[in-house]
Design a protein around this ligand. Structure first.
Ligand code: DGL
Length: 223
């Protein structure tokens, strides 16, 4: 079987990497819409249209299953695409990431970092609440980190400062959310996982939606 992977750009290669390690026996076709990325600041209608076109292309190329690796596209367009293609499996990253975060928390306080569009969609908030209604979810839009990562800045004082600003309301301390789990809800963020972990300290678990989705897909195709 050929598995299609779609992302707004190259960030979804983090999922492809996880999949190649877990499921090397399949063929993969990766579509990164670099010409129109980033998606994280775009409207619902545009993200729908771009994602619809991409998924259709992957099916036209013979993929028997499609993974929407882009968090923004998963958050905004997955449900509509499943209605459009009811007989073929389309997987997203939001549900697996939400489940992994809900399992990881001990104090019931989860932070999510994602693009503006993903945060505005409320998809992670809703999915985590469905998993575990009593959990407190605090989301932070962090699209500003994407261009830094794309320019190759994976370990620098400027990146640490930008991460510190994003995470400030989530960290422990008076008036903050004091999360014990951070969910990386953007394809690019696993690339700077170490910088997030450094900023939050050892007491906070960092959960990666891409790795969770890859593990979920391994379960689906193994059936
Ligand atoms: N792939 C996007 C996501 O995971 C990040 C980059 C973009 O904004 O297109 O949300």
């Amino acid at each position: 079987m050929k598995i299609g992977i779609f992302d707004s750009g190259f960030g979804g290669l983090t999922i492809l990497d996880s999949l190649l390690r877990r499921l090397p026996q399949y063929d993969y076709l990766y579509l990164g819409d670099s010409a129109r990325s980033p998606y994280g600041g775009r409207s619902l209608e545009i993200v729908h249209r771009f994602t619809r076109e991409a998924v259709q292309w992957l099916f036209d190329e013979g993929c028997g299953l499609v993974v929407i690796a882009c968090n923004t596209a998963s958050a905004l367009a997955l449900q509509a695409l499943r209605r459009r293609h009811p007989t073929v499996p389309i997987l997203g990253v939001v549900r697996p990431g939400a489940t992994a975060a809900a399992l990881a928390t001990r104090t019931g306080r989860i932070g999510v970092v994602a693009t503006e569009a993903t945060v505005q969609s409320g998809a992670y908030f809703a999915a985590i609440k469905e998993e575990s209604p009593a959990v407190v979810v605090a989301e932070r839009a962090a699209s500003a980190l994407v261009p830094l990562i794309e320019s190759g800045e994976l370990d620098s004082p400027r990146l640490d400062a930008a991460i510190g600003e994003v995470l400030a309301p989530l960290r422990s301390g008076p008036g903050s959310w004091s999360i014990d789990t951070l969910l990386l809800g953007c394809t690019h963020f696993p690339l700077i996982r170490a910088a997030f972990a450094r900023c939050l300290g050892e007491s906070v678990a960092v959960v990666d939606a891409a790795a969770a989705a890859a593990a979920g897909l391994a379960d689906v195709v193994a059936v």
